[in-house]
Design a protein around this ligand. Sequence first.
Ligand SMILES: NC(=O)c1ccc[n+]([C@@H]2O[C@H](COP(=O)([O-])OP(=O)(O)OC[C@H]3O[C@@H](n4cnc5c(N)ncnc54)[C@H](OP(=O)(O)O)[C@@H]3O)[C@@H](O)[C@H]2O)c1
Length: 289
Amino acid sequence: MEYKHFPGAALRLPEIGFGTWRYRGGVLPLRKAIELGAHLIDTAESYGTEEIVGEAIRGVRDRVFLATKALPRHFRRADLLKSADESLKRLGVGHIDLYQLHWPNYTVPIAETMATMEELVDRGKIRFIGVSNFSVSDLEKAQAALSRHKIVSNQVRYSLIDRTIEGSLLRYCEQQDIALVAYSPLASGLGHIKERDAHRTLERVSGLTGKSEGQVALNWCITKSQVIAIPKASSVDHVQDDCGAAGWRLSPEHVALLDRGIGFRRRGRVEARLRRVARHLLQRLGRNQ
Ligand SMILES: NC(=O)c1ccc[n+]([C@@H]2O[C@H](COP(=O)([O-])OP(=O)(O)OC[C@H]3O[C@@H](n4cnc5c(N)ncnc54)[C@H](OP(=O)(O)O)[C@@H]3O)[C@@H](O)[C@H]2O)c1
């Protein structure tokens, strides 16, 4: 496994980690991932997989970079402290390596949430502060509310068919040395990529490189210096295949073929802003996630 370094945060992350949303694979695939050095395991209080992750890392905790998330409806101080404690209990560990705010919550003062995240670091319950689904302006506000610690990562959707982060977010995170943790990097299944790949570019680049289609799709994500990817893999075979996406690079020509050949979505500023307003309204109506 190859690693990426984020010196601003003294952070070293594997190019490939593993997610556990809708994960039903049991302990073996996760143990194989750790054995292969893909030691970032991502879960969330909402996934219902913290217990199985806890079981998988038992005995190898010191080799794992454990990431979990708190739901937006738990962003008030008392709720966030409770959420962290409950995650620690379900995971069966003494600390979380990366604690992430799952989505922004525009109804809770960001100063209160970030002060609580700092409190969790200072109490030794979490090591690093991360966020997920944050825009540049969300990140700026959240970082400005921190006084002693830095936001080290933003977990965002990124794949061959969703390139929204290539707008301003990728550049901002490069400038600030914030890791971008690409979720759904296989588009939640290679079939979704193929639906937008009329000329079978993925298959072609796979043939040209001698790598599997999954490896090509993941490698395309991690060619960006700031990006690591966290696919979900329910079998040892898929874990092994995904880990083989690390440690080499697609050539610029192959990247260009994929860039041009596969249809994708890139939300613009207006659409992103409308989505934020809609989220804000829903949160005000009490339909928080
Ligand atoms: N922060 C957020 O809001 C958020 C949102 C969504 C997801 N996430 C995180 O991102 C993780 C991954 O995203 P995702 O689960 O949506 O989808 P994904 O990783 O893009 O795709 C998972 C699918 O790809 C298959 N797969 C895995 N490796 C493969 C390979 N080598 N060849 C062919 N198929 C392969 C899996 O099959 P098998 O399961 O059969 O192996 C599964 O069907 C989640 O588990 C979660 O941790 C975060």
